[in-house]
Design a protein around this ligand. Sequence first.
Ligand SMILES: Cc1cc2nc3c(=O)[nH]c(=O)nc-3n(C[C@H](O)[C@H](O)[C@H](O)COP(=O)(O)O)c2cc1C
Length: 169
Amino acid sequence: MKKTGIFYGSTNGDTESVANKIAIQLGIGKEDVHNVADTTPHAVQPYEVLLLGCSTWGVGEMQDDWNDFLFKLKDMDLKNKTVALFGCGDSVSFSSSFCDALGVIYHELQHTGCTFTGEVDPSEYRFDGSGGVIDGKFVGLPIDDNNESDRTDTRIKKWTDRLKVTVLS
Ligand SMILES: Cc1cc2nc3c(=O)[nH]c(=O)nc-3n(C[C@H](O)[C@H](O)[C@H](O)COP(=O)(O)O)c2cc1C
């Protein structure tokens, strides 16, 4: 399997929990699961594949710890790296900015040269609008543990199974 690192930011632990579940599905060790709150962006260097997890706060903003991390990451050369995004949000209380952070990170990393993967069909979700939907697809895996926690494990399994075939093998 390609060397894969998970980098997440999480305020209440929801995205952290998703990051750990993704790691288990993909057989990624704890040493390769990083909280961006206490990691330097240069820690991405050894990895071929980066799984970046960020919840959405405010109205459509990235989880706080991502600000400093992304500020540096967006100026790095990531052209030999594949990036897949994931993150938690609330499709009921924040239905018009559901998982917007996926779109924020996607846009900010456009000039790094990385290759994105891991898109998800929005028809499997109910929401009014999302900056995470670009060209008709979520640019990563949205998770709503607030309202649809019963679907979280299935969504993670489906997404990681696809990554195993398309990117990681
Ligand atoms: C003040 C506040 C603002 C939020 N804003 C959004 C939002 O704009 N879009 C969204 O999808 N979720 C929003 N959420 C929901 C969180 O993203 C959600 O609870 C998520 O599971 C938190 O994940 P974390 O514990 O990994 O940070 C907001 C929650 C709070 C309390």
